[in-house]
Design a protein around this ligand. Structure first.
Ligand code: FEO
Length: 165
C-alpha cells in the first residue's frame, strides 16, 4: 500500500478511538445532569466508534500492513448545555465525514481499488451518523431549549429500543 495512504488509515484508527472517547465523555456529561436517555444514545455511539476503529485495524492486518497506534487526545468537555453537546457531536461527525472523503479520494487517485471499496462502507455510515445527530438537534432546537421539553426528549430516548445498553 502507498505509504501516505497507510499513514492516513492509521491516523483514522486514532480518530475513531478519539471519537469513542468524545462520546464516552458526552455520556458522562449527560449522566451528571441526570439525562439518561441522551447518555444512552452517545454511549451507544461510543461503541460504534470502537467498532469503526476495529474495522480499519482488521483491514490493515488483512492487507499485511503495519498498524500504528497513536496516543489518544483527551476530548474538550466544556459543554454548556445539552444542545451545545449535540451540536458538538454533529460538527464532529461532519469533520469525520470530510476525513473519509479525503481518504476515498486519495485511494482513488492512487488506484488502490481495494481500499476504495473498503471505504465505501464508511462513506455510507457517515450519512447515517450525521443524520442521527442532525435529527436530534432539530428536535431540540424546535423546542427553544426549554428544559422541561428537553427532559421529555430524554425520557423518550431512554425507552427507545434502538439504543441498547
Ligand atoms: Fe466513526 Fe462517527 O464516525
Amino acid at each position: 500500500m502507498d505509504e501516505k495512504l497507510l499513514e492516513h488509515l492509521n491516523k483514522q484508527i486514532n480518530k475513531e478511538m478519539y471519537s469513542a472517547y468524545l462520546y464516552f465523555a458526552m455520556s458522562n456529561y449527560f449522566i451528571n445532569i441526570n439525562m439518561e436517555g441522551f447518555a444512552k444514545v452517545v454511549k451507544e455511539q461510543a461503541k460504534e466508534e470502537l467498532n469503526h476503529a476495529r474495522k480499519i485495524y482488521n483491514y490493515l492486518v488483512a492487507r499485511n500492513e503495519q498498524v500504528v497506534l497513536y496516543a489518544i487526545e483527551a476530548p474538550d468537555t466544556n459543554w454548556i448545555n445539552p444542545i451545545d453537546t449535540i451540536k458538538n457531536a454533529l460538527a464532529h461527525e461532519q469533520f469525520i465525514t470530510s476525513q473519509f472523503n479525503e481518504l476515498f479520494e486519495l485511494s482513488r487517485n492512487l488506484k488502490d481499488y481495494a481500499t476504495e471499496v473498503f471505504l465505501q462502507w464508511f462513506i455510507k455510515e457517515q450519512v447515517e451518523e450525521e443524520d442521527k445527530f442532525r435529527t436530534l438537534l432539530e428536535k431540540m432546537e424546535n423546542i427553544d431549549n426549554c428544559d422541561c421539553e428537553i427532559m421529555h426528549i430524554d425520557r423518550n430516548l431512554k425507552i427507545d429500543e434502538e439504543y441498547i445498553e
